[in-house]
Design a binder for this molecule. Structure first.
Ligand SMILES: CC(C)(COP(=O)(O)OP(=O)(O)OC[C@H]1O[C@@H](n2cnc3c(N)ncnc32)[C@H](O)[C@@H]1OP(=O)(O)O)[C@@H](O)C(=O)NCCC(=O)NCCS
Length: 83
């Protein structure tokens, strides 16, 4: 709770780009779109969880300003981004 209102968090379950179309900022645009939607829904932060093996996901999220929360749960990292 904050100032009497519940804190709302946006969660990105999964996102992906066709392998033929990668490194053209499409994944970044998808993240920006999700962030706009979360802001519009009144969220104060975003969260996602990804496997340790996804190097490109890790690189994109760090470049997009996410913070990393290491976890061994399901061999995944948690990523958090303040909106
Ligand atoms: C992760 C994914 C969505 C990225 O999509 P994309 O459109 O290629 O990403 P972008 O072009 O927006 O990349 C943005 C930045 O992320 C980093 N990045 C992305 N792919 C990278 C790679 N393979 N190696 C290193 N850095 C990478 C770079 O900093 C890149 O900026 P730059 O190209 O100017 O150097 C895509 O690789 C994918 O679908 N992967 C498989 C599914 C997946 O892991 N989904 C996420 C977890 S659910």
């Amino acid at each position: 709770m904050h100032n009497g209102a519940p804190l709302r968090e946006g969660f990105v379950e999964a996102f992906g780009v066709d392998p033929q179309l990668r490194r053209r900022r499409i994944g970044t645009a998808l993240q920006q779109h999700a962030a706009r939607q979360c802001r519009n829904a009144g969220c104060y932060q975003m969260r996602s969880r990804s496997p340790l093996t996804s190097v490109e996901n890790y690189a994109l999220k760090i470049a997009a300003g996410y913070l990393l929360h290491p976890s061994r749960e399901n061999d995944s990292y948690y990523f958090l981004r303040r909106l």
